[in-house]
Design a protein around this ligand. Structure first.
Ligand code: 5GP
Ligand code: ZN
Length: 114
């Protein structure tokens, strides 16, 4: 996956504002933030999307790093974790990543049932 932008960031070949640099998981600021805090949490190894993820330990590490960077960013008022998968999910970068969004009240994503 020589050309994959998140693989290149993980290898240190492309710049990013890194906030967590772990053995298996990396987190950095999104280049086009949609909220005052907008971080991306990615596996260092290339996994195309959540569809391809079949490693419970890595899944746990990704979620755990998402929580940690949210705490470190001071998002105690709340935040949201999203992953877009494949075409219908609106995924643009084909390397699994969790978006961590916060720092403002986010709009509702799902219609209210009540
Ligand atoms: P997706 O639509 O795939 O869930 O989101 C991809 C995200 O990656 C977008 O929010 C976009 O701004 C971000 N992004 C794309 N290219 C780069 C890059 O080179 N560096 C960083 N830091 N973020 C990127
Ligand atoms: Zn990749």
């Amino acid at each position: 996956m020589a050309a994959c932008i998140f693989c290149r960031i993980a290898r240190g070949e492309a710049p990013a504002r890194v906030v967590h640099d772990g053995e298996r998981v990396l987190a950095f600021h999104d280049i086009r933030p949609l909220a005052p805090t907008h971080l991306l949490v990615t596996p260092r190894e290339h996994v195309a999307s959540l569809w391809e993820l079949d490693d419970p330990q890595l899944a746990g590490e990704l979620l755990s790093v998402a929580a940690r960077v949210a705490r470190e960013a001071g998002l105690e008022r709340g935040f949201r974790v999203i992953t877009n998968a494949r075409e219908h999910g609106g995924q643009e970068v084909d390397h699994l990543h969790l978006h961590v969004l916060g720092g403002r009240r986010l709009g509702a994503m799902l219609p209210r049932l009540f």
